[in-house]
Design a protein around this ligand. Sequence first.
Ligand code: FIX
Ligand code: ZN
Length: 426
Amino acid sequence: MNVPNTNNDAEIRTTDQLKTTISEVVHTQKITDIHTHLFSPPFNELLLWGIDELLTYHYLIAEVFRKSDVSYQQFWSMTKAQQAELIWQTLFIENSPISEACRGVVTTLNELGLDVGSRNLQDYRDYFADTTVEDFIDTVFESANVSKVVMTNDPFDPAESPVWESGDTGDTRFEAALRMDVLINSYEDTAYEHLRGLGYEVDPILSSEKSYKEVRRFLETWIQRMDPKYMAVSLPPDFQYPDDGVLGRLFDNCILPISREFNVPFALMIGVKRAVNPQLKMAGDGTGKADLSSLEALLRENPDNKFLVTLLSRENQHELCVIGRKFKNLMIFGCWWFMNNPSVIEEITRERIELLGLSVIPQHSDARILDQLIYKWKHSRQIIADVLVEKYQSILDVGWTLTHSEIERDVNNLFGGNFERFLNGN
Ligand code: FIX
Ligand code: ZN
């Protein structure tokens, strides 16, 4: 017997109804963006926004050198406004802006109601000059339909310190993530001295019980100060675990115990080769395929720890899904950086849903400039919706029934529910 449906829970029978429902649900569902490089207003100049920032995004800097004769030295000696003008002229006027990073600028301007057909950079600059950052945050969060964004907070960055010392990060839509690249990847070069300077009694190679205790004390202090959603690190493709060096000692004696004790997951972003071309500065990082047996060992040997993982190499993505099937303490998230392109997002999202169903966090934005929330989410939402249509259609075709509220439940989990449950579960 068919259970009668209320209007709100209409049964979906046809492909048209399915497409309309998914499009409506995917576009109206608010998103928790679990990894960005955005900052709330009290962080002042760390919060980047506006057309010149948008145009000088490091993804576009990498592209401009391929099409312009400008030398590295000339480019880096320009002001930000001059760099933005060069990028605009080269990538948007002298060439059509169809790379994903270029297209993102066009989508963003259009969504902000600006006339992209005019190609008038000055008009775009005027628009931003007439806007306050607080108003613009509201505009962007509304346009992207995002409810929360997780920042990337470096406890070693002096530019962030005043805000953490003040205890007030302002707008609560911005939440913290405790980033540990300096601690983990530069312990001997940078972190050790810094910690000593702050009065932590650590030794240069982190080899004593006393040092472990002191690093744990440092982490505890920052967890209390930031109330982070998770701790995070980016790692090179040759990352290994177990490890008898500083990284292994930090993981086993400091980070993993603290992560368990405070129920703060550890996010691993694996596969970045930093400074493949140092001349490009932040745009000069590359990617490499990782050996995921290290990740398997980490998950197996630390079953009471929770790990969020994203990988930078396309070649690793299928293997990661298989690992996800083996370890419930792993939450796979996002299409990171060079993966954040339509063809790859589509492939990875399909692969993940086929192997893991709805138990993943399909995307994060990695936005560095506030405005980018608009295009990154607009582009990704469309792809996620298309993959969902295909997957739901395949069960409708063989007689499964679906309702509007079931699709709402599923999309809600993908866009925030899975993250919250993973954080709050034991
Ligand atoms: O390590 C990271 O969090 C990376 O996302 C960034 O460092 C990278 O520069 C980036 O912006 C990628 O989208
Ligand atoms: Zn990032």
